[in-house]
Design a protein around this ligand. Structure first.
Ligand code: NAD
Length: 440
């Protein structure tokens, strides 16, 4: 079992915030520094749900900070007010929806990072976007002139935002010209490709980070912290779903060679990665099914939906599903003997909601935690920049993406063979040091 079985934890019915009774039952809880706020609600066996803070009542209790902001910033932390040209420079490769709608705006909102080059198949589009973000025309490249990035010293990191089947090639080419790589999820379309990417970056002595933005998102991080502190007790079940109804049947996401699969590598990977990250455990076995209808032109090459059950050494199971044919739905719940944590919606760029259930003074209670909008992309990009400045392994390096890909392959094998499939447990840790929490 992965739990701490000490009686202290088993019988501890205080909320994690260690609020006093009056405050804990009806408290508007505020977490300074991150803009996090929580509403503690008594459950079915307690008084009616508290709708809001009671005027005049002691209603402000601070949630514990993940890390005290008064502590000295870690060594080699750049000044967030540094001149823009002293920030870590990025080349964005692929100017599709994610780059235009999330990554480029996030770079503008980042502390340590800036965009200095663009790589696109459409030079006119790239020039136009370059003008918008202050990228010089001389720093616009095509897929054919990609290697010329080597001559641009402003580019320290290449951020690969291409279809999944192109990640390996563009990572390996970037490492070969001496650039660090931030690569979108899923890392690649096979574990052999993932291994080649890791080896190429290692050989070139360059960093490789996979853009698992949820691992930099404060609510997800708070749940992982609760788990580490055994606040939920021994973990038993994780349940998760990530679905969307895809349209255009000609898009690359429905082509096996470019996507590596259907909803599993695209959106199901969020469920899979959350199960591993939040629990801090590695699954050793999976049982899975996929479904592909005969009469839907969208699903000629890839599955419409996938369901998989992961087994973890402590006895925890993760029951996950992902679909490309259902209305948008993103959620998870992690259940332990002493409490549960639920995000619904989960995995999105914004609008996330976190609830926690536990016993408070012998009664079932729920804490709802809200948070000011944060830019997950800016956080993950800034983490990469700090790793470049410090020469430090990223929190989500290539090894993290490789393990997910191995599990993706085991899931497909299980669905094909209709048998449980063993998953090789990684030889060493798949994650680097935690990101600096004061940056969150
Ligand atoms: P998109 O289709 O909007 O953009 C893909 C880009 O690649 C386009 O600019 C396209 O022109 C270019 N491209 C180059 N060669 C291509 C080819 N042969 N076929 C198709 N496109 C080609 O896709 P997107 O939604 O921006 O996704 C890009 C990557 O980002 C994917 O790996 C995806 O999984 C990932 N992604 C991550 C998140 C996240 O939240 N982290 C969200 C969305 C997408």
């Amino acid at each position: 079992m992965n739990s701490d079985d000490s009686p202290d934890h088993i019988n501890d019915s205080r909320p994690p915030e260690h609020a006093s009774g009056a405050q804990s039952r009806r408290g508007f809880l505020q977490r300074s520094g991150t803009g996090m706020a929580a509403l503690l609600m008594a459950g079915a066996s307690g008084p009616a749900l508290a709708a809001a803070a009671t005027p005049g009542a002691p209603n402000s209790v601070k949630l514990p900070l993940i890390q005290d902001p008064n502590t000295e910033p870690a060594e080699n932390t750049p000044d967030p007010n540094a001149e823009p040209d002293r920030r870590v420079g990025y080349a964005i490769v692929g100017l599709g929806r994610l780059s235009l709608n999330q990554i480029l705006p996030a770079l503008s909102a980042s502390k340590y990072s800036r965009v200095v080059a663009l790589v696109s198949g459409d030079a006119e589009k790239a020039k136009k976007i370059g003008r918008q973000y202050g990228v010089r025309e001389s720093a616009i490249y095509t897929y054919q002139t990609y290697e010329k990035l080597a001559d641009n010293p402003e580019v320290q990191v290449v951020y690969i935002v291409l279809p999944n089947g192109m990640h390996a090639e563009y990572t390996i080419r970037a490492a070969a010209i001496g650039k660090h790589v931030l690569c979108e999820k899923p890392m690649a379309v096979s574990s052999a490709e993932c291994q080649r990417m890791i080896e190429a970056c290692k050989k070139a002595n360059r960093l490789l980070m996979i853009a698992y933005r949820s691992q930099y998102e404060p609510m997800d991080r708070m749940i992982a912290k609760w788990v580490k502190e055994k606040q939920l007790g021994p973990l038993h079940e994780f349940i998760a779903g990530n679905s969307q109804n895809v349209g255009d049947p000609t898009q690359w996401r429905l082509k096996l060679a470019l996507a590596g699969g259907g909803p599993l590598p695209d959106v199901g990977i969020y469920c899979l990665n959350a199960a591993r990250f939040l629990s801090g455990e590695e699954p050793f076995e999976v049982f899975a099914t996929t479904y592909k209808p005969d009469d839907d032109p969208r699903f000629k090459e890839v599955e419409q939906s996938v369901q998989f059950l992961l087994r973890f050494p402590s006895g925890l199971t993760a029951t996950c599903m992902a679909s490309y044919a259902s209305h948008e739905s993103r959620f998870f719940r992690l259940q332990g003997a002493q409490g549960w944590a639920e995000m619904n919606p989960a995995f999105g760029y914004n609008g996330l909601q976190l609830r926690k259930g536990q016993l408070v003074e012998g009664k079932n209670a729920q804490i709802q935690i809200g948070i000011d909008p944060v830019d997950q992309f800016a956080r993950e990009i800034d983490h990469m920049s700090l790793c470049v400045v410090r020469g430090q392994t990223p929190h989500t390096p290539g090894e993290e993406g490789l393990q997910d890909q191995r599990i993706v392959e085991a899931i497909y094998e299980s669905a094909r063979t209709r048998r449980a499939v063993k998953i090789a447990v990684p030889a060493g840790p798949t994650r680097g040091p935690d990101p600096d929490e004061e940056n969150f």
